[in-house]
Design a protein around this ligand. Structure first.
Ligand SMILES: Cc1cc2nc3c(=O)[nH]c(=O)nc-3n(C[C@H](O)[C@H](O)[C@H](O)COP(=O)(O)OP(=O)(O)OC[C@H]3O[C@@H](n4cnc5c(N)ncnc54)[C@H](O)[C@@H]3O)c2cc1C
Length: 422
């Protein structure tokens, strides 16, 4: 990487060189990363920041945001060019997600980018016909995609899926339930894990992946319409502690028919295809957690500079400075770990060691988010407890979902130890 690119990277955050850049190694970022960061930042400032408080209060962001995000290359990022994507390495993803985090709304990140968990199994296991029908419209922001794995019976034990799909002619008939599905109310497509196997293929062996099409078996009805309900798919919006502007749903299937043409890969062999994206998902959640921690820390630092108590700025008190530097230290360590793993992912590594370190990264990053958001609210005092205008308040409420979703911390630690052979 040339000196010009390095200068460009370091100038991006010259005014706020603390929480937003600490622990980052400019050597990982090329001129392309720098340019993309600037374009996503402009998108966030123009299309998101002015509206985010209203979207959080309304518990929804507008559907046309998908198309706008597609225009700047956000939705296609990391997907193959021939399918309408924008090829990119983990660092392009890193800068894009870090910039989305600047709005301080994890709900926006999770909702707008739900295709990053729903689409990879389609890309990996889908046929050219499925690619053309499903991937292109989602990456163009015309259709919304979700991933349906978790069930009321449990989410951590992914192999214990109970939602059943029985083959009936040209269709599968679904009975069962999915919960906590991001974008589940508005999704046109839900990449859904179902049990197709008999008793002989228990556990991971009997799982298939179907793309459930909203609006009836052939998409002829409206998503969430009365006709869709009559056809056997009921979507229920769920209310949450945080991630307010993301749509989260319970999906109930009562004889809902899905075209057999929407089966991804082979029947009873879908588990591996679902698992294949888990490393990327963990990496992305870790980036969100680390960068949300940075947003909260920066907000607290700015406040500590401005706010005076007993005739002096908060920052003049050693206890406040120490608290801020403890927050910053955790962000630096996490970012450095994330970038190191990003470089190994970019190099194509897929070792057990890498899988274990990604699991540990998710725990490290989400612990950092909890630590920083908690201390940021403390430094902000009463202002940090008020809704509207204070990002730390929102981030504080959002930290828990990061250490539960996409593999809870306990599960990540178990995975790490297994991969290490302990
Ligand atoms: C806002 C939100 C959005 C989500 N979006 C999606 C989505 O889009 N698609 C989707 O499929 N899912 C989604 N999820 C579900 C999420 O992935 C699950 O909540 C998560 O995997 C945990 O599953 P669970 O909630 O069933 O908890 P459980 O599996 O019941 O676990 C409960 C607790 O017990 C712990 N635990 C479980 N087993 C063990 C063990 N063996 N040892 C020690 N501790 C254990 C867990 O770590 C957790 O702390 C979402 C969740 C939330 C909250």
């Amino acid at each position: 990487m040339g000196a010009a690119s390095r200068r460009a990277f370091s100038s991006v955050d010259s005014a706020a060189a603390c929480a937003f850049t600490g622990g980052s190694n400019p050597a990982h970022f090329t001129a392309e990363h720098v340019a993309f960061r600037a374009s996503v930042r402009a998108f966030v400032q123009r299309e998101v920041e002015p509206h985010i408080e209203a979207w959080e209060a309304a518990e929804a962001f507008p559907r046309d945001l998908y198309a706008k995000a597609a225009e700047v290359g956000l939705l296609g990022l990391g997907f193959p060019e021939e399918l309408g994507g924008v090829p990119g390495d983990p660092f392009l993803n890193y800068v894009a997600h870090a910039e989305l985090c600047r709005a301080g709304s994890g709900g926006l990140c999770a909702g707008l980018m739900s295709h990053t968990i729903g689409l990879p199994p389609v890309v990996k296991m889908g046929t050219p016909e499925q690619h053309a029908r499903i991937v292109g419209p989602v990456l163009a922001g015309e259709k919304v995609m979700a991933l349906g794995i978790t069930e009321p019976g449990g989410g951590s034990d992914v192999a214990n899926i109970r939602c059943r799909a029985e083959r009936d002619g040209d269709h599968y008939v679904l009975h069962g339930e999915k919960v906590f599905i991001t974008s589940g109310v508005r999704a046109d497509f839900v990449t859904t894990a179902v049990r197709t196997g008999g008793a002989a293929e228990g556990g991971a062996g009997g799982i298939s992946v179907l793309v459930v099409q909203g609006g009836g078996p052939d998409g002829a009805f409206g998503v969430g319409s009365e006709e869709e309900r009559a056809a056997g798919l009921t979507r229920t919006k769920l209310s949450k502690m945080g991630w307010a502007c993301s749509d989260t749903a319970a999906l109930h299937f009562d004889g809902y028919r899905v075209p057999a043409a929407n089966l991804l890969g082979e029947e009873n062999r879908g588990f591996g295809g679902l698992m294949a994206n888990f490393n990327n998902e963990r990496f992305m959640i870790a980036v969100w957690a680390c960068e949300m921690a940075a947003v909260a820390t920066q907000e607290a630092l700015d406040w500590a500079r401005e706010r005076h108590t007993f005739g002096a700025p908060l920052l003049s008190h050693q206890v406040v400075r120490h608290r801020l530097v403890d927050m910053h230290t955790r962000i630096c360590a996490t970012r450095s770990m994330a970038e190191g793993l990003g470089a190994r992912l970019a190099a194509g590594e897929s070792s057990k060691q890498l899988v274990s370190e990604l699991a540990m990264l998710k725990v490290q990053a989400t612990d950092t988010a909890e630590y920083c958001a908690g201390h940021a609210v403390q430094i902000l005092g009463g202002a940090g407890y008020m809704k509207g205008g204070c990002k730390s308040e929102r981030i504080f409420r959002e930290t828990k979902v990061l250490s539960i979703g996409g593999g809870a911390s306990e599960i990540m630690k178990d995975l790490a130890t297994r991969q290490l052979g302990w």
